[in-house]
Design a protein around this ligand. Structure first.
Ligand SMILES: N[C@@H](CCC[C@H](N)C(=O)O)C(=O)O
Length: 377
């Protein structure tokens, strides 16, 4: 904690001493370029009450640790951040959040009503979603304004931004009611990157979402499994096996399989999800990557699935996935348009309505806890 001591001295001598130490940092080779070291020294000499002591101390320690781990680029980035903090360019930011889940698919909800862009970065979302060192979540959801309506944006736990999230948007309905101090029944029109969704918060606590129509054209999904037209029961080689797949977009891409070509139906509990999930997700036939649903038919109105999500891996549930697989099951002649879909986190009721071609998803959304977290640069 040499930095802390030098800064606490609060005088030119202390700062100069720290500047000198920055030039050497640790025994052995000095850190950063000579210009960077001189810049640190200059900054420290100019240091005053503006310096954020804790952040600078942490970053100094990080920089030193980074050095031990090697990697000069990483190290220099960290050193740059020490400069910024010492120069007062950066300061700690605190994020208020509420954690919600929809049948185990969990999200960090952010009140983003005062900004037209997400108030945290994808890299910060990745850190917050970490289940060991962060809050933990399958994604971060930003609730924003859209004129008189609302907008939802979401980052997956890997920091990528999908177009839509079915379980997430049910959580949005409850979160909006919480923000508005409103009680059920309530209706919201919410813009997503996949278009407008209509959310009905019911008195029994369930949320029914009009998810709009499914998209089946290969190019709309997108998949290279066909040049044009629908992709139904197409062969796809993954891990040396030929799977029979149907592709559906709910704004975001889904690849649905009921098993191998010519094979028996699936026992989804036996699927080695962690092994084959990533092979589907990153398959060259899916230029935007894909979510993948492995489905077992219990009856014509009862399906069971496990999912490997694009950008989030194995999750407890995927709402858009449940909608997509009912469409796939109907297309393959395996199920009716009204189905209960069992996911690892619980059931969803899905209807693919013939009259308007829209899909209606009904299920719960639960508040878990609220908190605030310091965002580190
Ligand atoms: N869990 C979600 C889907 C979230 C987005 C997905 N990972 C993607 O990248 O498309 C759901 O409930 O729909």
């Amino acid at each position: 904690m040499a930095l802390r001591n030098h800064l606490l001295l609060g005088n030119r001598a202390g700062a100069a001493a720290f500047g000198g130490e920055c030039a050497a940092f640790l025994p052995g080779k000095p850190l950063g370029t000579r210009a960077q070291r001189l810049a640190v020294r200059r900054s420290v000499l100019l240091w005053g009450a503006r310096a954020n002591l804790d952040s600078a101390t942490d970053l100094f320690t990080d920089a030193a640790t980074g050095r031990a781990g090697g990697g000069s680029v990483k190290l220099e980035n960290r050193l740059e951040k020490v400069f910024d903090v010492v120069k007062g360019k950066e300061s700690k930011r605190t994020l208020e959040f509420v954690k919600y889940h929809g049948i185990g698919n969990d999200f960090i909800m952010v009140n983003n009503l005062d900004s037209p862009v997400p108030i945290i970065t994808p890299a910060e979302a990745v850190r917050l979603c970490d289940r060991h060192t962060g809050i933990g979540g399958d994604g971060v959801i930003f609730v924003m304004r859209d004129n008189e309506n609302y907008q939802m944006r979401i980052y997956n736990s890997d920091g990528t931004e999908p177009e839509m999230c079915g379980n997430g948007i049910r959580c949005v309905a409850k979160y909006l009611a919480e923000l508005e101090k409103a009680t059920a029944p309530q209706s919201y029109k919410v813009l997503t990157l996949a278009g407008y969704m209509i959310l009905e918060l019911r008195e029994d606590g369930q949320v029914c979402v009009d998810m709009g129509p499914p998209y089946l054209e290969a190019a709309e999904i997108p998949t290279k499994l066909a040049a044009k037209g629908e992709v139904v029961k197409a062969p796809l080689v993954v891990d040396g096996k030929t799977w029979s797949v149907t592709c559906v977009s709910m704004g975001n891409p889904h690849c649905i399989t009921f098993g191998e070509e010519g094979g028996e139906g699936l026992n989804v509990d036996a699927i080695p999800l962690e092994q084959i999930g990533p092979l589907f997700e990153h398959h060259e036939m899916f230029p935007a990557r894909t979510n993948t649903e492995f489905v077992e038919v219990i009856s014509r109105t009862h399906l069971k699935m496990r999912v490997w999500e694009r950008g989030a891996g194995a999750t407890q549930a995927c709402g858009t996935g449940a909608c997509a697989l009912v469409v796939a099951a109907v297309k393959e002649g395996r199920a009716e348009r009204n189905c209960t879909v069992d996911l690892p986190g619980g059931p969803l009721e899905i209807e693919w309505r013939e009259s308007d071609n829209h899909i209606y998803m009904t299920g719960p959304a639960e508040r878990v806890f609220q908190g605030s977290v310091v965002l580190r640069n």
